[in-house]
Structure formats: C-alpha cells, structure tokens
Write a protein that binds this ligand. Structure first.
Ligand code: NAD
Length: 501
C-alpha cells in the first residue's frame, strides 16, 4: 500500500515532523490527493517562535548589506527553480502555469526590492539641531514577526512579507495556506540555500490552532495577514489586543466603471482577464462592471458574450487553457451556490458555466465562466465576494451614480475606470473611496516598489503591504539626540522646555 507523504514544518533550518493532525491537499484539476499537510500544534508553533527568537540577536546585528546579499542570491535561485515552483502552484491551486509564473515573478520582484534594504534603512540625520547637538532617526528591527497567508497566491503573498521583514533584521514565522502549502515551504528551503541562517525564517503549516498560537504569543511583535475579511478582522482585533502591530488585508468586490466614451473593444478584452483570470480567485479580480448608460452596457455584453464563448477551460498544466479549476470542492460548491442565488434574485444569467465537464478531468472542480446582466446593488451576488469566474453587469445612468455605488460598498480594495475623458478619470481617482485605482488598467496591482492595500473592510491596520510601507511596518523608528559637552565645563540646570527660541 502506498503511504501518502505529509508536508511538515521548517523550524531552525530543519524539517520538524509534528503530524498528529493532518489533512489532504487536493489537486483541483483531478480531485485527487497524494499529499497531506501537517497541522501544527501550539507546542510546534511555540518551538518555531523560540527558534526565531534565538536567531534574532545575531541576525539583527548582521550588516544590512549581508542580509541583502541573501535576497539577491534567493532571487537567482527562484528564477532557476521557476518551472518547479510554478508546477507546485498549479498542482495545488489549479491556476494555469503561465499565470503561476506571473505570480512568482511578482514575488521575485518583492525579493528584489528587499535587496535594497540597506538603502531603505538609512534613516535621517540632522547635524547641529542646537549648538553641538546632532539628531538622527533610525529604523530598528522589531524582533520576531509572523505572516499568515491565503490560498490564492501561495508563492507571491508570502514573498510580500518575509523577505522585507528579514531584510530589515527581523526573524519570521510563516503560516501558509493549508490548501496549497508546498511552494511556500520549498521557497523557504531555497532561502536557506541562499544563506539565510537557520531560525531566521520558520514555516509552520496549520490551521486556526497555529494561527491562534501566533496571535497569543508575547514574543511575536508584529503580524501580517492576507485572507478573507472575517478572518482579517479577527486577526486584527485579537493581535492588537495582544499588543502586536497588525496589518490584515481582507476581501474585495472590485468594480470597473465603463464610461459611454470608452474604447469598448479594449475594455472587453481587459475585462476578460480581470474577471476570469485565475478563475476569479484574485483579490484584485473585477467581478462587477458598472456600465454608464444602456448603450455601452449592451455593447459590453455583446463583446463579452463573444469572448467568453471562445474561452478554454481545463487543467492548469496546459498553457493553452485560459482558466483552470476552482481550488477545492467546497469552494466550487460555494461559487456555484452564488450563481444559483443570482438566478433566484432575478439577475439575467447570459452565460451559464454550471454543468461544465472537462473531458478526462471529470472529478476536477471546474466551473465555466458565468456572465450576469442586470445585477442590482441589493442582490447578494452584488454585495458579497464570490471569488470565482462570475462577472456581473450593473447598469447606471451617470458617473456619479457609479461612484456612489462603489463608495457605498463595504469593500474598497481595487477599482478602475475605462474612459477617454481625462476630466472624468481625474474626478474618479480623486474621489473614489478605494485603495488601488486604475485608469484604463483593469488590475492596478502596484509594483513592488509601491505599496499594496485597500480601504474600508479590505484592510485593517494603517500600513499597506510590501513596498515602502513594509519597511515602516517591519521596523520601529528610534530618534536619537546626542551631544558631547566639553569636559570640565560646568553647566547650569535649565528648567525651561528645550527649544531653539
Ligand atoms: P482565509 O481567510 O480562509 O484564509 C487565510 C489564512 O487564514 C489561511 O492561512 C488560513 O489557514 C487562516 N485561517 C482560516 N480560517 C481561520 C480562522 N478561523 N482562524 C484563524 N486563521 C484562519 O482566506 P483564503 O480563502 O485562503 O483566501 C481568499 C481570501 O483572501 C479572499 O477573501 C481574498 O479576497 C483574500 N485576499 C486578499 C488579498 C488582499 O491583498 N487584500 C490578497 C489575496 C487574497
């Protein structure tokens, strides 16, 4: 009988087997599992935290340039192993290989940015803030930091977090998604190969038990979280209650406004990838079109129906496919349930992806692209994040009405406007209550040297992920004021508040 291997934890540079609790990892294209993932106990997480705590003093004192060199080496190793990592992502997440490569490349760009840490950590210096007194501000590492990541970008989101955290001198405990855990663990092993000392980065696989052990540990100083809004809110409230710095990025419901003057053909093409890429399982996916006027709505619908009919859905291992399966059977059922709900609520289902069967992959979690017209703001399919290949068109009469809808929505992650009117675009970018905004750019995901984050219930905390905000998040500012009085000169006491008056 074949024994299913179990993916374990990486602690202090070693694989640690705590497999008392484990669960299967499925290949969504086949519905089969040939791997289990261990679910760490509290004791195992505490072992990982202790390892990070032990590694911290030496790592903190390692010159930033030496820490950065590890990132530079890791970048090369990630590029050398890109095919292997992309294959791991596709086998567990289901996304098409090309898309997995795209995700990894975005992750590599974060590693590249982390290699600029010596420059980013330089701080500020002022000479002679008062006679003979100099002052400077420096960014000091926090200590043990942690990250909890979602299934939908199993390689990239961990790379948003720990490379900059460790480049700033912290040590780290990562808890990847239990649904597709292999790539994060493999990348952590590459980091060891790149020269990261044992204990600087530890990986614990697990579920709520592992997350709670991180949240409740007094040693963990900061937590980065990316996932759904209910869990983000829990992480934020529980983490801050336990005295930690927390950034918790949550869910989304992104709207694309299509103005009457938009280049409709290009807007249709852009929306195809934005709505259906990665099977809609992106927090920056665009599941809603807000068409300004019936004329542009009708044209968009016609164009979308034609393009959707051409889409190829099948296993992600075949780059000829546009879309792979959904991540798990329960998620498939949930997304299908939303389509049923949309029909019940009275939206017009123009393209129905339910019932799709992919030949040779009958047990895979495949749902074909779905397209709704006449979606209304009161509907559940308008309000809630579906996280699947379901695109809805909402019809409005004016840009103001479109903006009001977006501003009233509980989420504020991303949005975009398709228009040729600069004045409308400027008004939109100025007044829309959303963190990441595109103008004729459907997925305005900031590059690695800008920061990523939404507004409203898409982000709990103050600082965004990666980019310059990550340096702020993973460091404490210390401002030092210094003078060296001449020896032997007696000075009188000064009782007034020191100032330059
Ligand atoms: P999720 O919230 O189910 O899981 C995220 C992480 O939280 C996982 O590591 C999981 O193990 C852990 N977790 C789950 N339930 C928990 C609980 N009860 N207590 C403690 N920890 C728990 O999210 P997901 O389904 O893996 O990912 C999809 C979600 O992530 C979507 O809502 C998507 O919008 C969001 N997301 C947001 C961003 C962003 O930047 N805003 C990026 C990617 C994904």
């Amino acid at each position: 009988m074949l024994i299913t291997p179990t993916l374990s934890h990486l602690i202090d540079g070693q694989i640690v087997h705590d497999t008392a609790r484990a669960q299967p990892v499925f290949n969504p294209a086949t519905g089969q599992s040939n791997l289990n993932v261990a679910l760490a106990s509290k004791a195992t997480v505490e072992q990982a935290i202790a390892s990070a705590e032990k590694a911290f003093p030496a790592w903190r004192n390692t010159p930033p340039l030496k820490r950065a060199r590890v990132m530079s080496k890791l970048k090369v190793l990630l590029e050398d192993n890109a095919d292997k990592i992309a294959a791991m992502i596709t086998a567990e997440h289901g996304k098409v290989l090309n898309d997995a490569h795209g995700e990894l490349q975005r992750g590599i760009e974060n590693v590249e940015y982390a290699s600029y840490a010596p420059e980013l950590l330089k701080g500020e210096h002022s000479r002679n803030v008062a006679p003979g007194i100099d002052s400077w501000a420096e960014h000091q590492a926090l200590g043990v930091t942690a990250g909890i990541t979602p299934f939908n970008f199993p390689a990239m989101v961990p790379l948003w977090m720990w490379p900059m955290a460790v480049a700033c001198g912290n040590t780290f405990v990562l808890k990847p998604s239990e649904r597709d855990p292999s790539s994060a663990l493999f990348i952590a092993q590459l980091a060891l190969e790149a020269g990261l000392p044992p204990g600087v980065l530890n990986v614990v696989n697990g579920d709520k038990e592992a997350v709670d052990a991180l949240l409740h540990s007094a040693t963990v100083k900061a937590i980065s979280f990316v996932g759904s809004t209910p869990i983000a809110e829990y992480i934020y409230s529980e983490g801050t209650k336990h005295g930690k710095r927390v950034q918790a990025l949550g869910g989304a419901k992104n709207h694309a406004v299509v103005m009457p003057d938009a280049d409709v053909a290009n807007a249709v093409t852009a929306m195809m990838g934005a709505a259906y890429g990665s099977c809609g399982e992106r927090c920056m996916a665009v599941p809603l079109i807000v068409a300004v006027g019936d004329e542009v709505a009708d044209k968009m619908i016609e164009g979308l129906k034609t393009e959707v009919a051409k889409m190829k859905v099948g296993p992600g291992t075949d780059n000829g496919n546009d879309m792979g399966p959904l991540v798990t059977q329960p998620h498939f059922e949930k997304v299908k349930g939303y389509v049923d709900q949309g029909v019940k609520e009275g939206a017009t289902l123009l393209v129905d992806g339910r019932g799709l069967k992919v030949k040779g992959h009958e047990d895979g979690y495949f749902l074909g692209p779905c397209l709704f017209d006449h979606v209304k703001p009161g509907m559940v399919i308008y309000q809630e994040e579906i996280f699947g290949p379901v695109l809805g068109v909402v019809r409005v009469k004016s840009l103001d009405e479109a903006m009001q809808l977006i501003n009233d929505h509980e989420y504020g992650n991303g949005t975009c406007i398709f228009t040729r009117d600069g004045e409308a675009a400027r008004h939109f970018t100025d007044h829309i209550q959303v963190g990441m905004v595109g103008v004729n750019v459907p997925l305005p995901v900031p590059v690695a040297y800008h920061s990523f984050g939404g507004w409203k219930r898409s982000l709990f905390g103050d600082l965004h992920a990666y980019g310059p905000d990550a340096v702020r998040f993973y460091t404490k500012r210390k401002t030092i004021t210094q003078r060296w009085p001449s020896s032997g000169v007696r000075e009188g006491a000064v009782f007034s508040f020191p100032s330059s008056r």
